[in-house]
Design a protein around this ligand. Structure first.
Ligand SMILES: Nc1nc2c(c(=O)[nH]1)N[C@H]1C(S)=C(S)[C@@H](COP(=O)(O)O)O[C@H]1N2
Ligand SMILES: [Mo]
Length: 326
């Protein structure tokens, strides 16, 4: 991986290299694609897709019901890729580091404190979070600002379920998501890569949108540590960094929250950060992406879609200049 220095001197990753492992896996995928293409059978597609489900031995299963309204019909990213190619800077800045280092995270016991502009502030433990609303499986596309994407079967429910329970006051205009800040559990916090803790935020109407997922699991199991155990956000129409992991606090505010990446490089990462192929990152194009698992000599880049293909959110931004509010 190349490390590029941003104007303010912070090291930012720049993903472009194809690793030997990726080349090897792409060959396997290529052979599989040939087979699917020549026989063109649904059964074969299903067989190939089932390979995505080889989870962590001994991990806790999490029952859920597939929500057909959010079941993207695209080949799911292999579990192996989704759990070994991660951005989670609290465990290191290399894609492979979270999987190697996140064993020190203790995802239970765990509590999430909901505070700020709400009539009913509360601290919920994991059990309360799991029981707050029926668990759904939703297959979402996740697009990283670095130019790659995955398709992941998440487990969780709309954040709106939780928001309604705490009864926001009329002053609540934004929601802030705050990640755990414990050097003992997260060795990466010792390095000043970002301003810690990792903080993200949404406007209230974005937070209330049914797509906005509070996630407690993926691939039929509780979240692996490297994917943000035990609870994280998943915002499929925004760049991946908006989806904060390992959340301990949700705060309702009057003012737009400061966010970790906006603080680090305001000219590169805005508050909204909606996936937008027409607004390039200052240092690279956002017009296309590579799907993890397809990166090979024969794999074509995919066109990035406005709002990552989730057009149902477009009305949230009616009348806004999305070049200005990037
Ligand atoms: N706390 C925290 N949350 C985070 C990050 C991080 O470094 N720290 N990285 C973000 C980025 S850049 C991406 S692309 C996604 C990756 O999620 P995944 O590893 O589950 O695919 O997590 C996001 N959430
Ligand atoms: Mo990302």
């Amino acid at each position: 991986m190349l490390i590029k220095r941003s104007p303010n001197g912070i090291e930012l990753p720049f993903s472009s290299e194809i690793t030997p492992r990726e080349v090897f896996e792409s060959r396997r995928d290529f052979i599989r694609q040939m087979a699917v293409g020549s026989i063109a059978g649904t059964a074969l597609f299903e067989m190939a897709n089932r390979e995505a489900f080889s989870q962590t031995p001994g991990a806790q299963k999490l029952a859920s019901t597939l929500n057909p309204a959010y079941a993207l019909i695209e080949k799911k990213t292999a579990y192996k890729d989704a759990t070994t190619y991660n951005n989670f800077y609290e465990f290191g800045t290399d894609k492979s580091e979270p999987a190697m280092n996140a064993g020190t995270l203790k995802p239970h016991p765990w509590t999430v404190t909901i505070e700020g502009e709400v009539k009913k502030p509360v601290t919920l433990d994991l059990d309360a979070l799991l029981k707050l609303a029926p668990l759904e499986e939703r297959v979402y596309r996740l697009r990283c600002v670095e130019g790659w994407s995955m398709v992941i079967p998440w487990i969780g429910y709309s954040l709106s379920n939780l928001i309604k329970k705490v009864e926001p006051t009329g002053n609540a205009k934004f929601v802030e998501f705050i990640t755990l800040d414990d050097k003992k559990q997260m060795p990466g916090l010792r390095r000043p890569v970002l301003e810690w803790p990792y903080v993200e935020g949404l406007r209230m109407d974005e937070a209330m949108h049914p797509l906005t997922l509070l996630s407690l699991g993926m691939y039929g199991e509780v979240l692996p540590n490297q994917n943000g155990a035990p609870v994280r956000m998943v915002l499929p129409w925004k760049y991946g960094f908006k989806s904060a992991k390992s959340i301990v606090k949700i705060r309702f505010t009057k003012e737009q929250p400061r966010t970790a990446w906006n603080i680090a490089a305001p000219g590169e990462y805005g508050f909204y950060s909606n996936v937008n192929p027409d607004v390039d990152h200052p240092r690279w194009s956002q017009a296309s992406e590579r799907r993890i698992g397809e990166d090979g000599l024969f794999a074509k880049k995919r066109k990035t879609l406005m709002f990552n293909g989730y057009n149902e959110v477009a009305s949230l931004y009616a009348g806004m200049d999305l070049k200005k509010f990037y």
